[in-house]
Design a binder for this molecule. Structure first.
Ligand SMILES: Nc1ncnc2c1ncn2[C@@H]1O[C@H](COP(=O)(O)OP(=O)(O)O)[C@@H](O)[C@H]1O
Ligand SMILES: [Mg+2]
Length: 151
């Protein structure tokens, strides 16, 4: 099952992500896919807001991972600069940790991703609108998407 939504503004994207965050549990993994400027970091800011994180979330430019403390820890990764890598960089410690992991450009580390995760594709849809496609992989994420979409 896939779900498509249109977000008409950055605020709407953040609100949606924030609502999603309220339903997240430890060890949840979210993969964000989409071109530069599609809204991956904006979406992450919304997730952070929904997790009660007060610190400003920005792209991890000089590190691969940034950690934030909220209701659950948020591990924010941007793997853009890693390019395709098969090297084991120890991502499992995050995926199997006590928090939620969100990965921008996740497909670049595909071999290292968990088998089950929520893939969220973001597409430009005009100046201030974005198409969001939810692609849950695995029972946990199918259920999560159902809950979000029925709310
Ligand atoms: N509906 C929308 N949802 C998310 N971002 C949007 C939307 N409309 C316009 N934008 C703008 O697009 C840009 C997205 O940037 P960013 O979130 O950093 O993207 P990415 O991390 O995918 O490169 C921001 O400047 C944001 O304000
Ligand atoms: Mg970004």
């Amino acid at each position: 099952m896939r779900y498509e939504l249109i977000m008409h503004s950055p605020d709407e994207t953040m609100e949606f992500a924030s609502k999603l965050a309220e339903k997240l549990q430890e060890k949840d993994v979210i993969a964000l896919e989409g071109d530069l400027g599609a809204g991956k970091t904006t979406f992450t800011k919304g997730l952070a807001k929904g997790l009660g994180i007060k610190r400003t979330v920005s792209s991890p430019t000089f590190t691969i991972v940034k950690e934030y403390q909220g209701r659950l820890p948020l591990y924010h990764m941007d793997v853009y600069r890693l390019e395709d890598t098969f090297e084991d960089l120890g991502f499992d410690d995050y995926f199997e940790g006590d928090g939620v992991t969100v990965i921008e450009w996740a497909h670049l580390i595909k071999p290292q991703l968990p088998n089950e995760l929520l893939v969220i594709h973001l597409y430009h849809h005009g100046e201030s609108a974005r198409k969001v496609m939810l692609e849950p992989i695995g029972k946990r994420y199918e259920q999560l998407c159902k809950e979000i979409m029925e709310a």
